[in-house]
Design a protein around this ligand. Structure first.
Ligand SMILES: Nc1nc2c(ncn2[C@@H]2O[C@H](COP(=O)(O)OP(=O)(O)OP(=O)(O)O)[C@@H](O)[C@H]2O)c(=O)[nH]1
Ligand SMILES: [Zn+2]
Length: 211
């Protein structure tokens, strides 16, 4: 993963030399929320809002928890005793919540992941966990797609990875152009899925097929 993504990893102490790399304290983060409340025109000292900065910072810890997580650790455990199974594995309809890096407003959708195992399979829940490792960061849908597929490709070394993400971006629904119900679809293919259009078609058929 690149340096920016890892900037605030727990195992990397912040450096004092560059202020940009210094992780703010919880108190500084709470003060920033107070400023935003005042910016909206409300009173951060009224009863209903007085604990809001604390709650928002706590919520951010969960919503942006992906910065503290590592896809390699999630995908570390491979099961090799699968009786020689080497055909496609598809995990579809993995729900996720992310935040666009332009507005820090949610985008919400589903990820569909397939891979062709080579030498072992990974626990199915781990694929859903990898989605969250990257979704719980500030993202574009394109980067999210590339990061998930690349991580599975690098750590599992399968014969190929296919990924389709469909999502609605609240920054398009609630504000700006204000078009709701718009679905954005991104795909990412590696290995046999990239090389063979028939494999892409099979993936699409399994993702879109009978439910
Ligand atoms: N490619 C891409 N664009 C995104 C994503 N999420 C949000 N956007 C877009 O990012 C763009 C930011 O455009 P700007 O012109 O810089 O910002 P803005 O003035 O807030 O734009 P509007 O949303 O059109 O009001 C908008 O077109 C958003 O729809 C994403 O995941 N991928
Ligand atoms: Zn946005």
């Amino acid at each position: 993963m690149d340096a920016i993504v890892n900037l605030y990893r727990k195992d990397r102490p912040a450096t004092d030399t560059a202020d940009v790399a210094r992780r703010p304290t919880r108190e500084e983060a709470e003060a920033a929320v107070r400023t935003l409340i005042r910016w909206t025109g409300d009173d951060p000292d009224r009863e209903g809002l007085v604990d809001t900065p604390k709650r928002v910072v706590k919520a951010y810890e969960q919503l942006y928890s992906g910065y503290n997580e590592d896809a390699g650790e999630v995908l570390d455990r491979v099961f090799e005793e699968v009786e020689g199974y080497g055909d496609i594995v598809v995990v579809r309809d993995i729900p996720f919540f992310s935040h666009c890096e332009h507005h820090m407003v949610p985008f919400v959708g589903k990820a569909h992941i397939a891979y062709y195992p080579s030498g072992g399979v990974v626990g199915l829940s781990k694929l859903a966990r990898v989605v969250d490792v990257f979704a719980r960061r500030m993202q574009t849908q394109e980067s999210l797609s590339a990061q998930i597929a690349t991580a599975i490709d690098e750590y599992l070394k399968p014969r190929g990875v296919a990924l389709l993400i469909e999502a609605e971006h609240m920054c398009m629904s609630m504000r700006g152009v204000q078009k709701s119900g718009v679905s954005t679809i991104t795909t990412q293919f590696t290995g046999v899925f990239r090389e063979d259009p028939a494999e892409q078609a099979r993936f699409m058929m399994l993702v879109r097929g009978a439910r």
